[in-house]
Write a protein that binds this ligand. Sequence first.
Ligand SMILES: CC(C)(COP(=O)(O)OP(=O)(O)OC[C@H]1O[C@@H](n2cnc3c(N)ncnc32)[C@H](O)[C@@H]1OP(=O)(O)O)[C@@H](O)C(=O)NCCC(=O)NCCS
Length: 307
Amino acid sequence: MIKLEDKGLLLTRKRTNLIARPDYTSTRMYQVKLMRTEDFLFATELANTMNWNMAQEDFQFMTQLEPEGCFILSDNIKHVGIATCISYGKVGWFGNLIVKDEYRGKGAGSLLVKHAIDYLQGKGVETIGLYAYPNLVHFYSSLGFTNDEDFSVLHVKNLASLTSESLLSVSKQHMRIIEAFDNRCFGGDRKKLLESIVLEEGNLNYYVFNGNEVAGYVAATVYDLMAWVGPLMCQEGNVDAAVLLLKAVLAKLSGKSVYVALPKKETALAETLSNVGFKEDFSVVRMFLGPNVSSNCIYLAESLERG
Ligand SMILES: CC(C)(COP(=O)(O)OP(=O)(O)OC[C@H]1O[C@@H](n2cnc3c(N)ncnc32)[C@H](O)[C@@H]1OP(=O)(O)O)[C@@H](O)C(=O)NCCC(=O)NCCS
């Protein structure tokens, strides 16, 4: 759920292996089904009514990561909504919620959220996170979510060139320590996501050490004309390492349209971004259902729909 202009037609993800799956469950008025390959077009067109500029590959990626956690809502005749979620052990993330305009206000959105909650809790998830538009905080509160932190989604259309120190890239043999570090900060095991982002050819990643420990790492998903910077995870208070990592990635993205989602309190990162032309596109509120798992690590989101 993010405006990613420039991505659409030029997006070149390399994700395949789609599997047909059975229907999941149904209610009296609506049916919630698992999203399948043939639903990606509907999902993409619906998402893009919100100017999220998503591509079918985005839903392909989501269904590969969480085959049983991507949903289509239908009224038995037509598809009317979508939502996705992903499980990371005890933590899960919810996103991509949209109901067709003419079906709103009749409980469909709440049904999709409740369905995803049931699914995630059934997998042993204890805390579900999401990023809410400020006008929907009340909607999610009524479903049990509580406010955690305000985030800004920042964007620059054409990133200027900048120089940075060269840092070490993460290779396959480093993934175990990066995943363990990420788990301590994030509160859930994001192995399946991190391996698909960090090790994906064409994407960027760097890490830094502090003595014998990982001090932080960053990854960016890179498309032909645009890029999303995140996740970035750094030890609490180690702002210097976070700025170093951020600059190392930005130095490789000049000329691109670049997006970042960060907590509003991260003023040093915000200043680094502002110095190279980033401006706030919109705000979101991170909310949790269940025990709050936020840590004091410095954090940029991987995406709004996956945390
Ligand atoms: C958010 C959304 C999925 C809700 O779907 P829905 O089918 O209308 O949801 P429900 O009928 O279950 O609505 C439940 C409540 O949320 C409120 N609500 C829904 N959309 C709202 C909005 N845009 N602004 C403020 N309140 C909203 C409704 O008024 C209703 O409140 P009430 O029960 O006190 O009357 C739908 O509005 C939508 O698709 N919006 C555009 C996409 C979007 O913003 N997605 C969320 C990204 S965080």
